[in-house]
Design a protein around this ligand. Sequence first.
Ligand SMILES: Cc1ncc(COP(=O)(O)O)c(C=O)c1O
Length: 390
Amino acid sequence: MKFDTYIQRLCVGDSPGEQFTPSTHRSVVTRARDIDALGEKYRSGHDYFYMRFGNNPTIAHVESLLARLDGMEQSVMFPSGMAAIAAIAFGCLARGMRHAVIQNQVFDQTARLFDQLRKWGLLDARFLDPRQIDERWKPPFEGPMLVYLESPSNPLLTVVDVKAVVSRVKAIDHNSLVVVDSTVGPPGVQRLADCGADVIVHSTTKYLGGHNDLMGGVISTSNALHAEFADVRLLFGGVPSVDDAWLLSRSLKTHSLRIARMCETAEKLARCLEQHPAVSDVWYPFAGDLKSVEIARRQMARGGALISFAVRGGMDAVRKFCNAVQIIEIASSLGGTASVIEVPGELDWSDPKQSTIEGLRTIPGGLIRMSVGLEDADDLITDINTALPS
Ligand SMILES: Cc1ncc(COP(=O)(O)O)c(C=O)c1O
């Protein structure tokens, strides 16, 4: 079954009560006819028992959809992508992991989170290049390690050969866990469960939500790993809102169309940018270095809808370009229906804090990151060409 059909069958076929649309269950607590019945409901994980326990039917429905889209057995939803990533870190600490290798270029706040855990003395976190697995990866003490990847990464669009990393890491210690942030390559672009990833995380605020109107995060795993992350949510209290879960269920119905169109346009734009004399660099999974394009084409069905590029002439040229575009908006998120650009290296929260983390790759100051939306590709190309110096 093709992805377009699969996602419709999931969303429609699985809706509770033979409805096309799941209901929003707002009740956070259940009641019982007597005290023993309440105990029985608690033990059986009854729907509605208490919402933080993770048994709200609307949320559970969307979790079940997300797990199957990721090719995993279970999902746990969170109120933001960062809440999900923090739950991964604490879930791994709960499993006794004290050593972590973090990809040397990940979303800024993910890097800061792991750096903070290192400073607090909770995790021996090292930022290393997943393309060179060597002695430095080995834990300095007994026990499994957490390997945290982001593929493609934000904003350098580095694609990691997840299958190769999984096999090397499991050879070091088969209980180690490989986690991949798949936000920039959502379902329809790649399915990292097929590469052996143990845990997949998404910020659903981005492509899966797709409309800049909800925040969320999700962790997808096997049944065996699920309990630890669900327990972190129970104890830390990071439960998503029912409204955001419902909105996400609605967005998923059109996800395959949106992502296909955005990726198609992004591939065209990447080709145009590569050929433009005013552009010095283009970062895109299907562009640039042949070896990494070969990995990307093997691992990804599409190149994704995020492109980064640099223009000649330094920050002055970057400013001129950003202020000259007419259709493309200037904003810092990604994955929405409108095309947006930003300059991540210039933002306060990114620099200088991130550059002080040892081992992290530096984001070139003038790098422009573009999240490609649903506008007509030719209009976007005209907008870019008009704003760039000829
Ligand atoms: C790759 C990636 N992961 C995680 C996050 C965090 O997501 P959220 O903003 O939903 O917390 C982001 C946000 O931009 C991201 O780009």
